[in-house]
Design a protein around this ligand. Structure first.
Ligand SMILES: Cc1cc2nc3c(=O)[nH]c(=O)nc-3n(C[C@H](O)[C@H](O)[C@H](O)COP(=O)(O)OP(=O)(O)OC[C@H]3O[C@@H](n4cnc5c(N)ncnc54)[C@H](O)[C@@H]3O)c2cc1C
Length: 297
């Protein structure tokens, strides 16, 4: 059984958008297909009329510097991201997240744009991008716009992107600044389903032995990928210590919504593990910011 009526290979963004817009029925962009094809085959997605393959569009496959930012095209596969010396040096959390996605076969084809557009609240690449404060570039036939990542998410598996009119072009990341570090960690089931019980992306800037600024994203901690602003506020201006992390954990339990999930874990387990994950991710980023022996245990 065919999964669509029309399958179109695009080699330009304009052509992809025109084909999507001209489709008589449901039209979808196809990147690595590791989410979409399975959803179509297993009936989690309504049948589509048109699939537009965007993996051969040159601009979507670029990883380069643009205007002092690191640009990662939406169709860049996770393998390339995790192996990129530029991503490793400027956005270690993202390199780590991409390196944990699936296995080598999945990382060879699965893309960062697909990870974001699929809009799951614990997608690894997305959680890392949230912590890195990435901006997304979106193309329409009328022009392009930049948007903070959080504007792309509407609900679990639902993005704000108009599938017939909008295409993710890529993501812009700031270069690493002095005394800053980032980290991504996740907790998985030892066997079975390949979804995270919890994951955490964290970026911080250090001033002496104080957290000058910090961004934290934990997934899934609500219906959409999100930053934990109150937890960030509780750690900003403090020295990472057992006391500061204990206080941050109290805020975390209030701010995040950890629910029992049949596929992931119980609420109680997740609450306990979130505290461990936050501490470990924070300390890894702290160490990477150049701090030496300054964690006050
Ligand atoms: C075995 C296996 C293991 C996995 N493990 C993990 C894991 O550990 N962590 C994790 O986060 N995910 C995991 N995934 C999920 C998946 O691999 C990732 O989410 C991947 O990044 C999706 O990218 P893709 O290119 O395959 O997207 P696709 O399946 O091609 O597309 C996904 C969605 O995004 C849309 N889309 C794609 N590109 C664009 C664009 N440029 N503009 C607008 N819309 C777009 C598509 O229309 C579709 O709705 C796993 C999947 C499999 C099969």
């Amino acid at each position: 059984m065919s999964i669509c009526n029309i399958f179109h290979y695009s080699t330009s963004i304009e052509d992809a958008l025109q084909t999507l817009g001209n489709s008589k029925g449901i039209a979808k962009v196809l990147a690595g297909g590791t989410d979409l094809i399975l959803d179509l085959q297993q009936g989690r997605h309504s049948p589509v009329d048109t699939l537009v393959d965007i993996t051969n569009i040159p601009e979507l496959n670029v990883l380069e510097y643009r205007d002092q930012k690191l640009f990662i095209g939406a169709s860049v596969p996770h393998r390339m991201i995790t192996n990129s010396p530029d991503v490793i040096s400027h956005s270690q959390a993202l390199a780590e997240a991409s390196g944990l996605i699936g296995g080598p076969q999945v990382r060879n084809v699965a893309t960062l744009g697909g990870n974001v557009a699929h809009a799951l609240p614990a997608a690894d690449g997305t959680i890392a991008l949230m912590a890195m404060d990435a901006k997304a570039e979106i193309a329409t036939l009328e022009g392009r716009r930049m948007t903070p990542l959080k504007e792309i998410f509407r609900g679990p598996g639902k993005s704000t992107l108009d599938p017939k009119k909008e295409l993710l072009v890529g993501f812009y990341l700031s270069k690493k600044i002095e005394n800053a570090g980032s980290s991504f960690k996740r907790i998985m089931r030892p066997q079975g389903v390949a979804i995270a019980i919890l994951n955490c992306g964290l970026w911080l800037e250090r001033e002496g032995n104080i957290v000058k600024d910090i961004r934290i994203s934990i997934g899934p901690s609500g219906p959409v990928p999100r930053r934990l602003i109150e937890v960030e506020n509780s750690l900003r201006g403090k020295q990472p210590s057992t006391e500061a992390i204990t206080e941050a954990n109290i805020v975390l339990q209030e701010e995040a919504n950890f629910r029992t999930s049949r596929h992931r874990a119980s609420e109680e387990y997740r609450k306990e593990m979130a505290a461990v994950l936050l501490k470990n991710t924070l300390l890894a980023a702290w160490e990477r910011s150049g701090a030496e022996g300054e964690f006050n245990d």
